[in-house]
Structure formats: structure tokens, C-alpha cells
Design a protein around this ligand. Structure first.
Ligand SMILES: [Zn+2]
Length: 148
């Protein structure tokens, strides 16, 4: 696989996600920089195919992937979301749907899903300072890692 410096994050605007998203990408994808497509509650819009945002994201993603030779795109979703105030299990289902939709666009080679919750998956647990890979949590719901 070619080594590229950039990944693209598609995630919420929430400022608590910026540093964790960048650190996750640097640690797990081996990239130096993270281009962000960030809008409030964007994961729900992609999961449920809500226009006009889906088209905007698709066009901007194409631009960034081509311009920065991006191999890895990742969804970064989180708990306590102002733009998408649904229970955590709903977020996890939305991540899976959003990852599958983005993979189906065949814009980038690899599409990942990442969940970040400062309270753990139950909302009652200890602080989880490290984001977790969605695929690692849900082996029974395989993520299409390679699409091209
Ligand atoms: Zn949010």
C-alpha cells in the first residue's frame, strides 16, 4: 500500500473530538495529518442519507481524497452529541450505516468507523480517553475495509 501523509475524518463539529480523532488516526493509520469534514451530527445525515449534506460531504470527500492522495477515510462519532442526541447504541448503528455508505461510494480505499465516548458505551462507565475502533467492538458487523 502506498504511504500517504493524510487521512480524512468525517465527523461531528464537537470540539472534544478534534484531538482524539487526530491522535487515533496518527496511531492507527500511520498518517501525519487529518483533513476534517466536520458538521454537527453529520454521522446521522450520512447514515440516513439526508440531503443536502450527503452530497456536500461526497463532493468534498472526493476533492480531498484526490488532492491529498488519501488512502484512509474514517467516521468519528461520539456520545453526548449536541447535533444528534440519540442513545449510544443508536450512534453505533449509525456508524455502521455511514461506513457502509461511504465505502459504497468507492472514493477511498479504506473506510473506518471509530467511536469516542467519554463515558464508555453504557454512558455510565469510566472515562474512556482512547477512541475505539468500531470494527474491533463489533466483529459480527464487519466493516468493508477495502473497496478498491
Ligand atoms: Zn456531535
Amino acid at each position: 500500500m502506498r504511504k500517504t501523509k493524510f487521512a480524512v475524518e468525517i465527523g461531528c463539529s464537537d470540539g472534544r473530538c478534534r484531538v482524539p480523532a487526530m491522535e487515533w488516526a496518527q496511531q492507527h493509520l500511520g498518517v501525519e495529518f487529518v483533513d476534517g469534514l466536520n458538521l454537527p451530527g453529520i454521522v446521522r445525515h450520512i447514515a440516513e442519507n439526508i440531503e443536502p449534506r450527503v452530497t456536500v460531504v461526497r463532493e468534498d470527500l472526493t476533492f480531498l481524497v484526490n488532492g491529498h492522495s488519501v488512502d484512509h477515510v474514517f467516521i468519528f462519532d461520539h456520545s453526548q452529541c449536541l447535533g444528534n442526541p440519540v442513545p449510544n447504541p443508536t450512534h453505533l448503528k449509525q456508524i455502521a450505516k455511514a461506513v457502509r455508505r461511504i465505502a459504497s461510494w468507492r472514493i477511498a480505499r479504506n473506510v473506518h468507523g471509530v467511536w469516542y465516548s467519554p463515558q464508555g458505551l453504557t454512558g455510565k462507565g469510566p472515562w474512556r480517553s482512547t477512541p475505539v475502533s468500531f470494527a474491533a467492538l463489533f466483529d459480527d458487523m464487519p466493516i468493508p475495509a477495502r473497496v478498491a
